[in-house]
Design a protein around this ligand. Sequence first.
Ligand code: PLP
Length: 392
Amino acid sequence: MLAVKTARENFAGAGIPRPLAPAAVQAAFHKAAAYFGLELDLVPVDAHGRAGGQAMAAAMGPDTALAVISAPSYPHAVLDPVAEVAAAAAAAGFDCHVDACIGGLVLPFWPGLPDGDLRVPGVTSISADLHKYGYAPKATSVLLTRGRQRQRGQYFATTSWPGCPVVNPGLLGSTSAGPLAAAWAIINLLGHDGFASLAASCHGSTTALLHAVDGIEGLRTVGTPTGPLFAVAVDPGAPAGRRVDPHHWADALRRHGFIAQLQPAFTQPDGPVLARTTHLTITPVTESRLDELTGAMGRAAQEVRGVPGIDPGALLQSLDVRTSTLLHDAAGRSGDPDAALLILSALGLSGGALPQAMAPVLALVEALSGPVANWLLTELLARLVEPLPESV
Ligand SMILES: *Cc1c(COP(=O)(O)O)cnc(C)c1O
C-alpha cells in the first residue's frame, strides 16, 4: 500500500494514476488502488499465471504510475521477469516495484535464481514481509526504496487540527514496536546461516512435495513454481474418471489434518481462464511431517479421484427460485443484510461457522459476479464475529 501511495504522490503523468501489474498480482494491490482511489491496470497472464515482460512494457502509458511485478507471485509462485519489466519501466520513466512479500527472505537462499532486488537496474522499491519467511510475528514488513527521497512519499503529516502536529511514517497512527522488536531479535538470532538453513529445509520439502504431486494420477502442478509455494490443478490429460478436482482434494486433505488453500478459477477479461487450484505454502515446519503430508496427499486424491468438480453453473441452477431471485436482485442492489442472510441460509452458510467443505463455497465464488461474491463473503465473515440474535 505504501509503494502505491508513494507512486501516487510522485505521479507527474496525465489523468488518474494507474498502477500497472500482471493479473496474478497479490490482492493487496487491489486493496491499495481501492483505498487510494486509483485504477489498477491489469495485464493478462497465461494459463500458468505467467506475466509477459513484453505485454507489461506495451501496456505502459502516460497514466502509468508504477509497474508492479512479483518475486514470486502468490497464486502460482511465478517469478515475474523482473529485469525485463524494470528496464522497460526505467526507459519509460516509471518506477518499478518488486512485490517480494512472500519471497523476499527466502528466494535469496534458493539455488540458481537471478537477482530480483535493488541490484537490478530500474527496480525502485521492493517489499518483503518479515512475518512470512522472516519468521517474525504478524504485522512486520519492510519496504526498501531506491534513494531516500522516494521514501518520503510514504509519510503523512498534518497540522490542520488543534492537537499536536502529526507525522506518521506509515499507514498506522499508534504503532506497536513489539512485532518490530521481535523481528529484530529473530533476525539477529538466525543470522545469514540460520536463514540459509531454514530455506534449505523449505527447498527440500518443496522438491519432495512437487515430486509427490507428479506421482498422483489426476493432479498436476501449475507451471514451474519458484520458491516454497505452488498450486495444484486437475490434470486435463487424465481420463475423466481418473481426474482429481483440486478443491475436493483440499477438502479431503483437511480431513487428514492438513489445511491447503482453495483458489477459485479466474476469468480474465482478455486472457485465458485460469483453472481452479489448491495452494500449498511450505515452511520449515513441513519437514517434520513430510511423510505424513505426502501420504495424506496420496490418500486424499484416492478418496476423490473421479468425483467431478462442482460445476458453478449447475450449482446456480440447483438453487430454489427464491434464492435465485434474491441473488439476481442482489446483482443490482447489494447491501441489504437481511437479503444476504436469506441467501447465506439457503446456501447452508449461516451456521455461525465456516463449513467443513469449502469446495461448494469456492464454486459459488466462481459462479457469482465479483461484486455479489464480495458482498456475500463480507456478510459471511461479519456474521461470524457478530453476536447471534438469541444472545442479543
Ligand atoms: C502476503 C503477500 C502480500 C501482502 O499481503 P497482506 O494481506 O497485506 O499481508 C503481498 N504480496 C504477496 C506476494 C504476498 O504473499
